[in-house]
Design a binder for this molecule. Structure first.
Ligand SMILES: C[S@@+](CC[C@H](N)C(=O)[O-])C[C@H]1O[C@@H](n2cnc3c(N)ncnc32)[C@H](O)[C@@H]1O
Length: 204
């Protein structure tokens, strides 16, 4: 897509919601269906998982296509310059370098995401706490976060990058289901209990 085409597409919608690490894009497609006034951009460093949902979205709207969703193959560390003035930022169940960045180990990643947002943009991050049970390499020696520890320590890392953490809480089963991500569905079906910590706030 050319920059001009992107600008024209962008101009047709009230605001942009960016889903970073979108995976197979189900959450992005779900949001696009629910909010036809928003342009939803699903972005992931892995192109292949987005193919199916992207092809489906490109279909005729009468056949279930979604004109207001776009999938971008890029790393969160190198966002396309065209992605500006994002009004809402979602990062659900990050892993790899995205998880490391969201835990504060890569301030440049947080700053880069903040730069793509408009002032006052809302963010939602959901952390799969089973990444600490046992700990995956990306979490390093950081202990499993809790609502209290997120407010006490992570909030400061976030603040340094322009992210203001205003809420940290565990999600219940209904709230997890509401996210409509394939990843949570997969993990929920393989466990009696699935623990997710949600972090919410605004980008200054
Ligand atoms: C566990 S999956 C979650 C996918 C989706 N958010 C969900 O909940 O179903 C994590 C995703 O983050 C993506 N990812 C990891 N590091 C990334 C980075 N630096 N930039 C962009 N995407 C990244 C992976 O490719 C993967 O698709």
């Amino acid at each position: 897509m050319s920059e001009r085409d992107f600008r024209a597409l962008r101009a047709s919608y009230r605001a942009v919601l960016l889903d970073v690490g979108t995976g197979d894009g189900k959450h992005a497609a779900h949001l696009a269906r629910r909010h036809p006034d928003l342009l939803v951009v699903g972005l992931d460093a892995n192109r292949d998982n987005m193919r199916k949902v992207s092809a489906r979205a490109a279909a005729n709207p009468a056949r279930g296509g979604l004109p207001n969703v776009l999938f971008v193959w890029a790393a969160a560390e190198q966002l396309p310059a065209e992605l500006r003035e994002v009004a809402a930022l979602h990062v659900l169940m990050p892993w790899g370098s995205l998880l490391r960045g969201l835990l504060g180990a890569d301030p440049a990643l947080l700053c880069g995401l903040a730069d793509a947002c408009r002032s006052g943009a809302e963010f939602l991050v959901t952390l799969n706490l089973h990444a600490w049970r046992p700990p995956v390499p990306e979490v390093g020696d950081r202990p499993e976060p809790t609502p209290d520890s997120a407010r006490a320590t992570l909030a400061a890392c976030y603040a340094a990058a322009g992210w203001r953490l205003t809420g940290a809480h565990y999600l219940d089963a209904d709230q997890i289901a509401e996210l409509a991500t394939s990843w949570t569905r997969r993990l929920t079906s393989s466990r009696n209990q699935f623990d997710v910590l949600a972090l919410a706030g605004t980008i200054n």
